[in-house]
Design a protein around this ligand. Structure first.
Ligand code: TXA
Ligand code: MG
Length: 338
């Protein structure tokens, strides 16, 4: 199949909507990462999404909507869910709620719940407005690879597999949305993102974080969010994280770097001077810049054949929890405490 990458215009968005209405797939930008969209109520389109990504069948999809009303067509809202949607939509918050029968089991991997989100991106919203049904859209990467934050990343993984990529430039946030389970007694973050547990608690009164956010699943443990049991964001090289005071971290990173060829350091801007003329990539000043750059850097490490990635860390609060969750998964939870 010939894959076209087009800039976002009224015409290209309308063509994208037509492709989706006819059962086809289109990659499109959101404020978090690029999504691979298909008709969320069409079992054949949903199956095609799984095939294009090579995604395990047991990992359910997010249904994207452009209004609270459309969301109410596919799931049962609680009062808390409605309050949260009104506070954070459009935006990077995905709500897991009991599904309505109209949602095909293919979209939810057979679960009785469905994930819904209203993205805050003009192209995504225009596309959704031009389709009657919600759009099912996982991140537009090949399964296991870092999520795509540019149209070029999408093409690297899906060229030849889908007809159209809408190029909306780099995604603003750069990590996937917060996934919040609202089916239990306490709202629980299954995947941290730009909407933080602290912000959710301010609106909902309370918010828990699933313990598996910062550790691997134990043998036999059931994943609350099926996506969390699959290996994710894995670069080809080995990745190690270092926690502790900046001086000690830099010293240990330098020691390991000097022992191994083909290594690269990921460090925050204020620490770059520690590393002299060693190969180092900047994560920027803070959690926001690290979120924006992380997936781009992980892909770059692969392209350059880096064999060992030595990475600084952040405290696991606020936005940094999302960054640390993705870093920990990319590093297969190899975290060295100093
Ligand atoms: O920012 C995002 O959320 C992006 C953009 C495109 O919107 N999408 C995205 O989709 O990251 P995906 O499929 O890569 O991740 C969806 C996550 C997975 O971890 C999946 O297991 C979880 O949401 N999920 C989906 N439905 C669920 C459900 N019913 N219960 C629990 N977790 C669910
Ligand atoms: Mg994904």
């Amino acid at each position: 199949m010939d894959t076209k990458t087009l800039p976002c215009s009224k015409e290209s968005i309308l063509w994208a909507a037509q492709l989706i209405r006819e059962g086809g797939l289109v990659a499109f930008p959101t404020e978090t990462v690029y999504g691979l969209g298909g008709d969320g109520l069409d079992p054949q389109a949903i199956k095609a999404i799984f095939v294009a990504k090579g995604r395990p069948q047991d990992n359910p999809l997010i249904l994207h909507v452009d209004s609270l009303n459309k969301a109410k067509g596919v799931c049962f809202f609680t009062e808390t869910a409605e309050t949260l949607a009104k506070a954070f939509w459009p935006g990077p918050l995905t709500l897991v709620l009991p599904k309505k029968p109209v949602v095909p089991p293919e979209a939810t991997a057979g679960l009785p719940t469905v994930a819904v989100r209203c993205p805050e991106h003009p192209v995504a919203l225009a596309l959704l407005a031009a389709c009657d049904n919600p759009i099912a859209a996982p991140s537009a990467n090949a399964s296991g690879r870092p999520s795509p934050t540019t149209a070029h990343h999408v093409a690297q993984d899906l060229q030849g597999k889908i007809p159209l990529i809408l190029d909306g430039g780099p995604c603003e946030f750069g990590l996937e949305s917060t996934v919040l389970d609202l089916t239990g007694a306490v709202p629980t973050v299954l995947r941290p993102g730009a909407v933080t547990p602290e912000q959710i608690a301010m609106v909902a009164g309370e918010c828990a974080v699933a313990s598996s956010v910062m550790r691997p699943l134990k043998a036999g443990e059931k994943a609350l969010s099926p996506g969390m049991k699959h290996r994710h964001y894995a670069p080809k090289g080995r990745m190690l994280l270092f926690e502790g005071v900046a001086d000690a971290v830099a010293k240990e990173i330098c020691r390991r770097y000097d022992q191994k060829k083909g290594a690269c350091i990921l460090a925050f801007a204020p620490h770059l001077a520690y590393y002299g003329n060693r190969r180092v990539e900047s994560l920027g000043e803070d959690a926001k810049s690290a979120a924006h750059r992380l997936f781009y850097l992980l892909r770059k490490m692969d392209e350059e054949g880096i064999q060992l990635i030595l990475c600084e860390t952040l405290p696991k609060t606020g936005l940094a929890l999302a960054v640390m969750n993705r870093m920990a998964r990319a590093a297969a939870f190899q975290i060295i405490n100093l």
